[in-house]
Structures are given as C-alpha cells and as structure tokens.
Design a protein around this ligand. Structure first.
Ligand code: GLC
Length: 607
C-alpha cells in the first residue's frame, strides 16, 4: 500500500470547455441561407433558394410542437440502439421505454432506421422518407400513412416519458439502390447524372485517403465506361454537393422528419461532404458552409433541434464544426475514447489529462457540447484521432486480444466493452465512472450496461449477406431478453454485476447538472515524498451550488489517500451510496483497486 498526500491545485486553464464567443444573433436566418448559397454557388440564380425559403415559412407554421429547452443536450444521457437488434421493432422499443427511463436515459439515438439494403448497417440509405418496413412492424398491406403513424406514435410515447429521439442521417452518400443513383448511372445526359460524382478516369481527388482500408481498394468504382466516387463502400456513392439541388433535397429530407417530431440528427461522416481536386477532401471550408446552411434550416423551423457532428477528426478540427454557435450544437470527442482505454491499461491518468488539455481540446462556444462515449456501433477507432503512432500501437496491442477483432489493418478494434476489459466488471465500471463524470454528454451503447459480449453468429450471418468482411458486425448483435432476465435475477451472474454498478452510476449522474454543464478542476495527488501519483484520476465538478469530488483508481492496487486539512468529508457514503472507507484516525481515505468514488463536497476547498 502506498501513502498518498492529497493536494488540490487550481489551474486557470481549467475551464477548457467554455469560451466566451457570442452567438451570431444579428444575422437573420434567411440571410444566413442566402449567404451560404452565394458562397457555395456564386454564379447561380437564387430562384430555387427563394422557393425553398417560402417552403420553410410554411413548414414553420405547420410545426406545432412546444419549443425545446435551451441546450437540452447538455443534460442528456444518450442511449444508442438498432431498433431491430434491441427489441425487434418500434412496438418492441415502446415496451422497453420504462427500462430505458429507469436506467436514466433521456435521449435515444436510433441507429439508421431509413430504407436501406443494409449492406452498411443502414448507413446506405435508399429512401430518405421511409422507415424500413421490418422495424415498423406493420403488415405488407399497410399504407404509407399507417406506417408514418407507427413512428409518430413511438415518438409520442418516448416524449411522454421525457425521452428525446434523434437519428442518423447520412448526408455524404446514399445507397447505390437509391432512385437518384439508379437514374444517374443510366446515361451521361440523365437529369440525375449530376447528383453524383462521375469521371472518365481515377485521376480526380487523388490526395483523398482511403477510409475503408483493407475492405475497399479505391475511392473510385468502375461503372460502364465511367467511374463514380465513394469515400466508404463502393455501394455508397458520394453525393455531389456542387449541385445545389442536392443541398436543397437533403435539407427537405431532414425537414420531413423534423415535422414529425424528431428532436435531432446525427450528421454522419460530415467532414467529407465537399470535394476539391488537389486537396485531401476533408474539412474543406465549403463543408462548414453546408453545415451552417443545415443548422439555419433547423433553427428556422424548430430552434434547439440537435445537430450532432460525426467528425472522426482531431478536436481542433471538430471544434470548427461548432462554428460560432451556427454549425453543429454538439460533436463527438473522438480521441478521448481511446485515451480512456489507454489510461486504464497504463494505470496512469496522463493520457486523459493530455487529451483534455487546451493544447489538444480547445475551448468550444458556450452553447456547444462534446459527446463522449466508450463504445459505439463502430470499431474502437484508432484512425487519425490518436495522438501518435505509438498510442495506436499501444492501444491495439493491449486491447486487440483476438486477431479476429482487428478492423482496417490495425486502425481499429471491433469488440464490445465487456470483451475489451476481459469481462472484469470492476474495469468496466471504472471506465464508465470516468466517462460519466468527465465533461460532456455521455452516450451509452446498447447492451453495454449489462456487459453484452461480441456476437460471432451475427457477424458471420452479416458478412455472408453483405459480402464484405466488416468486423464491426461483431459488436452489433441482438439482445436476448429472455436469457437476460434469468441472468438479471442471479446476483452472481456477470450481467447482474455489471448492470448493478452501471445503472447506479447512470441514475446518479442524471441527478447532477454539474457533469453536463459544470467546469472541471483537476485534483493532483502526491505521495508522502511529494511525488505526483499518477494512478488516480481525480477532479472536482462544479456547477452553481453543486460541487463533487471524483476519485478514480486506475490501479490494480489498493490506495490510501491522505486528506490533510484540505478537505472535510462529512458523509459516510458517496452519492451512489458506496461506503467511503477511512483509516482509523480518519485522516486517510482508502480506495480499492479499480474503484471510484463520487463525493459531495460541502466545505470551501480553496487552499
Ligand atoms: C459513419 C458510421 C459508420 C458508417 C460510415 C459510412 O462513420 O458511424 O458506421 O460505416 O459512417 O456511412
């Protein structure tokens, strides 16, 4: 056992998540649309845009929902699921709304639900105005109106329980089964030809990196005498935003769902939307103009609808998608995810501290928010976002425990949380304690709350169906609720143990606004020889009159923390009801291997 001295230090760089930028309130939103249009299409008539703006005014009159609370996404606990894999169809999800709301969830992120041949788990959309019939649970003879009703009823039930609903929309590409593409490939003079990017050879956009290395040989696919461009699978042709019709059509697609009551959209793969020859075709300035356009459309019709950036990029690039509070409201913090895994493997807080330092994570506008996650429907991504090649190698070596889990030749790991942590509930709960208490809005990936494992059977079925060896299907299996029920009744089962710890954390997190809105102040621990102790990640979360001290023991050893005079913990238990253990003289706090405490602080901590 090691004796630790508890020291508190105040950093004036600690408000890493809040900047003082003002909203661009002065420019009226219609003007924003016009400004974007002129920037993107300088020599094009504005007739179509003017027509679109009229449509918007009509839609605004039609939409009767009560307004969203300002910045609601800062208090959200998001749960991401595939409707069919979670529980068959929308009726199945409705049956589980109580389960979700008891867990503390107040925002559902529905993984792709729109019509699709499902070769990329629904990110290959063939109709933006229809939901896949199999997840609606309607009969073959049901009319479009009846189908729409099922979804609307689901939205109403979720809203009644205080759960908002957002879903995925692929803006960069469609499925090759989309009507536009079917037309586009027919001939050079087809009216939809210009909806996609065609070339006689593969010489355009040569500097564009290949995203699906190991699964796709090129960003160009031959189709007759021509090639079409795609950033992801060859069955996902990229849309051509140089054609203004695409911008308007995609806006109309978003509006269609907004009118039905959807609370937000996850903007899939946004860094790649605009292409220019001679560039990397990522994060180009025009991309930001497009996102600003979409945001203004949402703001005109229903302000505070969430636009969430899926930009798998370094935070310095991602913050640009927040704009001046006029692009996305929120964005995923990609590098924090692998660095949480690295910290736990190293038993050292440094990777997390470094990632959240202002050098790596810049300030964001005051209305914006990071979304944080440990696992999602994709691989544990190590592309671009890690800080060094050394990190990539370290994380891959420590967590890719089975060569079958590799994704994109060492650039990712396809495994569920429980598998990555060797089915050790202590490490799983520690990782959750870190994610849930650091700044940002947490996203829970369905099944992780009870330690769901990789699903080999589902993976095999899917690679047979899609013809692509996409290991991400390992992390996307079905939930067997009958089997789960039996396990949940047995306190010795792994599922029970994981659920017991995680559900307690999630429910507790929901009660405190400081996690989603407050500032963070790092707390430094030093041992009796005045040396910094790196195995404990500790910080204060502060918002209005809430002040919590978080202590995460990353180490496999028990630790003793000397409290000195700086802190006076009156409570016997932390806010999750965990007993706080002290040494006999009450001067030192004992924390078990991989344990965590969330302690309410009432005294003034200023040294
Ligand atoms: C996003 C999705 C991923 C999908 C890709 C292409 O990155 O998260 O699952 O394959 O976009 O749409």
């Amino acid at each position: 056992m090691q004796l630790l001295k508890f020291e508190y230090y105040y950093s004036n760089k600690n408000c890493i998540f809040v900047s003082q930028k003002q909203d661009n309130k002065n420019m009226n939103k219609e003007k924003v649309l016009l400004d974007c249009w002129n920037k993107l299409y300088p020599n094009t008539s504005t007739d179509k845009l003017e027509g679109f703006i009229k449509e918007l005014s009509n839609i605004k009159l039609e939409v009767k929902f009560k307004s969203h609370e300002n910045e609601w996404y800062k208090d959200a606990i998001v749960y991401s699921l595939y409707v069919d894999l979670f529980n068959k169809n929308f009726q199945g999800i409705e049956e589980k709304l109580d389960y979700l709301s008891d867990l503390g969830v107040n925002c559902l992120w529905l993984l792709p639900i729109l019509d699709s041949p499902m070769r990329d788990a629904g990110f290959d959309i063939s109709d933006y105005r229809k939901i896949r019939p199999e997840i609606l649970g309607t009969s073959a003879s049901s009319s479009d109106e009846e189908k729409k009703e099922v979804f609307v009823k689901f939205l109403e039930s979720a809203h009644k329980k205080g759960i908002k609903v957002i879903f995925d929309i692929a803006l960069n590409h469609t499925s090759d089964q989309h009507f536009w593409f079917k037309e586009s490939r027919k001939s050079e003079d087809n009216p939809f030809r210009n909806y996609y990017i065609w070339n006689k050879n593969k010489d355009l956009y040569k500097e564009t990196r290949l995203l699906f290395e190991g699964m796709e040989p090129s960003n160009w696919e031959k189709d007759g005498e021509w090639y079409y461009f795609h950033r992801f699978f060859s069955f996902q042709p990229d849309l051509n935003y140089k054609n203004p019709d695409i911008l308007l059509e995609m806006s109309r697609n978003i509006l269609y769902w907004l009118k039905l009551g959807v609370d937000g959209f996850r903007a899939d793969a946004i860094p790649y939307i605009w292409k220019e020859d001679g560039t990397t075709c990522e994060n180009l300035p025009q991309n930001h103009v497009i996102v600003r356009f979409f945001r203004a459309v949402l703001d005109i019709v229903r302000p505070h609808t969430l636009l969430l950036a899926e930009a798998c990029q370094k935070p310095k690039e991602v913050v640009k998608y927040f704009g001046d509070n006029d692009e996305c409201n929120a964005g995923y913090h990609f590098p924090l995810m692998p660095q949480m895994f690295k910290s736990i493997a190293m038993q050292n807080k440094e990777p997390i501290l470094l990632t959240l330092s202002p050098e790596i994570t810049p300030e964001i506008p005051k209305n914006s928010q990071w979304f944080t996650f440990l696992r999602c429907h994709d691989e544990l991504s190590l592309e671009l976002v890690y800080v060094s090649e050394e990190d990539r190698k370290y994380i891959h070596e420590n967590y890719c425990k089975n060569p079958k889990w590799d994704f994109r030749l060492g650039q990712g790991i396809s495994a569920r949380l429980a598998e990555l942590f060797d089915r050790d509930e202590r490490k799983i709960a520690l990782a959750y304690s870190i994610m849930l208490t650091l700044p940002g809005t947490p996203v829970i990936y369905y099944g992780d709350e009870f330690g769901k494992l990789n699903d080999e059977t589902y993976y095999k079925e899917m690679i047979k169906m899609t013809g692509k060896d996409d290991t991400r299907f390992l992390v996307r299996g079905k939930i067997d609720w009958e089997k789960l029920k039996i396990n949940m009744e047995n306190p010795n089962s792994f599922s029970y143990k994981v659920f017991d710890k995680l559900s307690r954390q999630i429910k507790t997190r929901k009660k405190y606004k400081c996690f989603g809105r407050g500032k963070i102040e790092w707390v430094n621990l030093i041992d009796d020889k005045e040396k910094p102790i790196n195995e404990i990640l500790s910080y204060l979360r502060i918002y209005k009159n809430e002040k919590l001290l978080i202590i995460n023991n990353l180490s496999s050893e028990k630790k003793v923390i000397s409290l000195e005079d700086l802190i006076n913990i009156n409570d016997e238990k932390d806010i999750m009801g965990q007993k706080i253990q002290f040494t006999k003289n009450h001067n030192q706090l004992i924390i078990n291997p991989y344990a965590y405490l969330w302690i309410k602080i009432t005294n003034n901590l200023t040294p």
